[in-house]
Write a protein that binds this ligand. Structure first.
Ligand code: NAD
Length: 500
């Protein structure tokens, strides 16, 4: 039976009234398991107005009390870890251990947010002038919005909600319509943790809801994560409407393998980073760049048996599944279309997953692993984000050629180098024009107390996600200059004065 999902508004599950719905699939079986309401502009506006009414009291609540809600959320996320992971895998398709990682990486940002009282402290200058003190405070923006992608339905909503709420804002979360159940469960958890109603509104929807957020004058800031064309659209429309906007987009992450690298280590890393979560990670490695023909030949020789051993299956099959299905039939078609373009444009398909099928799950959206060799920068499989279990190998003649490839690519989310040479590693980290760099680490996702963000077409806006940047993004600085006269002061002052 198809479940009808809801919005979560003013602390309640609320049915959609627009009459529009999107199907939510179980990607392993291909069945529609739920339908999610797509909010109308009127539904969205009502949720925003209710959030605006609730926010001042929350903004005036002392930061430590808000942090106590976060403490409780951490406890409840841990309590519900298995239940959340199961719901996440059922809609997304990733394996249960990977779903737990998705929740855990979000939970760690909530842990960081427990430090909000410290992070929100302003600056103070005693006696900036005679009898004058100067201080700054960080104040909430009011109502802010988060628009999130399908591929991390727990982690990315938590990256948005935790800092925004800890700073005293109310948030409208518009999660991906492909896997909306976990964000709804997260909203329930915040309520149980003591969050006042109206402070976290989950409004499900599509472009209509997104456009409504971008055009609503109450919404002060928008944090987006998703594909680059939508990131660019949201950034320009949101900024044109005077909002503070940060948008994180797609990726094409290169891993450079130097001739002195430990090739077994590099091959293991490539297989995990290339095929984990079916390649549906913005920090997945999708391009391997071995330096030198001998390195390339040896690497391919080590990769092939590892890739052929990968176990692809539903999350219900237990812990020995390496990755699950991709999210929709359309995603599968797009991936297979790009694989075909790679063959047509002359790349060498060394591992061919096109005929992959799983008995009992023939209607599921499974894609077998693919490995391409001799990919060149003019090919579509190199230029485009495939977001599937497809690894492309571009052979580079030198380190300079390898670093040049990564630097010339339009995306700049993550990258990695595998080498035993500290000097090369340092040079790479210093020169590369990419936001997150791994040295013998294939997926360099920064921890919660650092910040996460790509460069070039992978990130728009000047502040990163989570860590200290998030507390800047979700607050405004106000600077106060105060003088308390001790006696009668006569006469006005007409000059713009320096402090002396
Ligand atoms: P997507 O761009 O299709 O959707 C993201 C959000 O935008 C969803 O909430 C969706 O409802 C909304 N949206 C979709 N089309 C829209 C439109 N035309 N107008 C307005 N809103 C629209 O992305 P996705 O497929 O859900 O997620 C995968 C993408 O996200 C990949 O490109 C991946 O690299 C990227 N991603 C980036 C990061 C990062 O931090 N850089 C992290 C995770 C995912």
């Amino acid at each position: 039976m198809t479940v009808e999902l809801t919005h979560f508004i003013n602390g309640q599950h609320v049915k959609g009234t627009s009459g529009r719905f999107a199907d939510v699939f179980n990607p392993a079986t291909g069945e529609v398991q739920a339908r999610v309401p797509l909010a109308s502009k009127a539904e969205l506006d009502a949720a925003i107005e209710a959030a605006a009414a609730a926010q001042p009291a929350w903004g005036a609540t002392n930061p430590q009390k808000r942090a106590r809600v976060m403490m409780k959320v951490v406890q409840l996320l841990n309590r519900d870890m298995d239940k959340l992971a199961e719901a996440l895998s059922r809609e997304h398709g990733k394996t249960l251990p990977d779903a737990k990682g998705d929740i855990q990486r979000g939970l760690e940002v909530i842990e960081f947010c427990i430090g909000a009282p410290h992070l929100l402290k302003g600056e103070y200058t005693d006696s900036a002038g005679p009898g004058i003190d100067m201080y700054s405070m960080r104040q909430p923006l009011g109502v802010v919005a988060g628009i999130t992608p399908f591929n991390f339905p727990a982690m990315i909503p938590l990256w948005k909600i935790g800092p925004a709420l800890s700073c005293g804002n109310a948030m409208i979360l518009k999660p991906s319509e492909r896997d909306p159940s976990v964000p709804l469960m997260i909203a329930e958890i915040f309520k149980e943790a003591g969050l006042p109603d109206g402070i976290l509104q989950v409004v499900n929807g599509d472009k209509e809801a997104v456009d409504g957020i971008l055009d609503n004058e109450i919404v002060q800031a928008v944090g987006f994560v998703g594909s680059t064309p939508i990131a660019e659209y949201i950034y320009s429309r949101g900024c044109a409407n005077g909002k503070r906007v940060q948008c994180f987009g797609g990726a094409k992450n290169h891993m450079i393998i130097m001739p002195d690298a430990d090739l077994d280590q590099a091959a293991d890393a490539l297989v995990g980073a290339g095929y984990g979560a079916a390649g549906e990670r913005c920090m997945a490695i999708s391009v391997a760049v071995p330096v030198g023909e001998a390195t390339a030949d040896a690497l391919i020789e080590k990769l092939v048996p590892r890739i052929e051993k990968l176990k692809v299956g539903p999350y219900t099959a237990g812990n020995d599944v390496d990755y699950g299905p991709v999210v929709t039939a359309a995603a599968k078609q797009n991936i297979l279309g790009l694989v075909q373009s790679g063959i047509d444009q002359g790349a060498e398909l060394v591992v061919d997953g096109r005929d992959f099928s799983l008995q009992g799950y023939e209607e599921g959206f499974f894609v077998g692993p693919h490995l391409f060799d001799r990919v060149t920068p003019d090919m579509d499989i190199y230029k485009k984000e495939i977001f599937g279990p497809v690894l492309s190998t571009v052979r580079a003649g030198s380190y300079e050629e390898a670093i040049g490839l990564a630097m010339d690519h339009e995306y700049g989310n993550g990258t990695a180098i595998f080498t035993r040479d500290g000097d090369t590693a340092r040079d790479f980290a210093n020169r590369i024009n990419i936001g997150m760099v791994g040295i013998n680490v294939p997926i360099p996702v920064p921890l919660a107390y650092h910040t996460f963000g790509g460069w070039k077409k992978s990130g728009f806006g000047d502040l990163n996600q989570h860590g200290p940047d998030a507390f800047k993004f979700y607050t405004r600085t106000k600077t106060v200059t105060a003088r308390w006269p001790s006696g009668i002061k006569e006469g006005g002052e007409f000059n713009f004065k320096a402090m002396d």
